[in-house]
Write a protein that binds this ligand. Structure first.
Ligand code: AP5
Ligand code: MG
Length: 215
């Protein structure tokens, strides 16, 4: 099954994609994670993306489309993928349709996670992840079972994202509202969009997604 999770920054896309990957074996394709890896490695894409991401703006469509086009053509994506953070503009959505048609693939479900702005800010400001395995946590909503130790891999190193600060978050929300929200009517017109309440706790959101996948 190939699905898209759409939601504002902090809506829970990454959290849910990771759970679905574990449970159903689909591959999580987080363009944000791919870009952060590129920045860390200092690749040409990373060099170009770094300051854009730090400003909370969107990386140019052409770069993102190439990145995803190459990634979904890889063999592991044949077992299904979860797009997390792509498409983020109408031109990206159009390019995705074209590349899927070219590769003989289709989308099964497009799921929007709806979350209030105040909750988004609270989620993003408390977020941290395991440096080793990438497991996501939150200062209030999802603490490690043993303080300072990753539940998944036992590592004691955690990191916070450079763009998870109040000023950048404002720009990220603006980018979402102005550039990404228009993909909702794009998919709604095709009759493909299902919106769910992303304000619920993580398990309830997972259950809602699983009902959609089963339907
Ligand atoms: P990206 O990494 O995609 O960031 P984002 O869209 O801003 O989304 P986040 O990763 O912040 O949120 P999330 O929805 O994954 O939330 P999470 O599950 O972690 O993109 C970063 C940047 O890269 C962009 O700004 C842009 O510059 C660039 N970029 C990426 N893709 C691009 C593209 N296609 N085109 C152009 N530019 C692109 O949850 C957040 C926190 O809340 C966690 O701490 C979690 O534990 C907690 N939480 C999750 N669910 C719940 C819940 N139900 N209840 C309580 N807490 C919860
Ligand atoms: Mg994410």
């Amino acid at each position: 099954m190939n699905i898209i999770l759409i939601g504002a920054p902090g809506a829970g896309k990454g959290t849910q994609a990771r759970l679905l990957e574990e449970k159903y074996g689909m591959v999580q394709l987080s363009t944000g994670d791919m870009l952060r890896t590129a920045v860390k490695l200092g690749t040409p894409l990373g060099v170009e993306a770094k300051s854009i991401m730090e400003a909370g703006k969107l990386v140019p469509d052409a770069l993102m489309v190439n990145l995803i086009k190459e990634r979904i053509a890889q063999r592991d994506c044949a077992k299904g993928f979860i797009l997390d953070g792509f498409p983020r503009t109408v031109p990206q959505a159009e390019a995705l349709d074209a590349m899927l048609a070219e590769q003989g693939k289709t989308l099964d479900k497009i799921i929007e996670l709806k979350v209030d702005e105040a909750a988004l800010i609270e989620r993003v400001s408390g977020r941290f992840t395991c440096e080793k395995c990438g497991m996501g946590y939150h200062d209030t909503f999802k603490k490690p079972k043993v303080e300072g130790v990753c539940d998944a891999c036992g590592s004691t190193s955690f990191k916070r994202r450079a763009d998870d600060n109040a000023e950048t978050m404002k720009a990220r929300l603006q980018a979402f509202n102005e550039q990404t929200a228009p993909i909702l009517p794009y998919y709604a017109k095709k009759g493909m969009l299902v919106s769910i309440d992303g304000m619920a706790d993580m398990d309830t959101v997972t259950e809602a997604i699983e009902r959609i996948l089963a339907g």
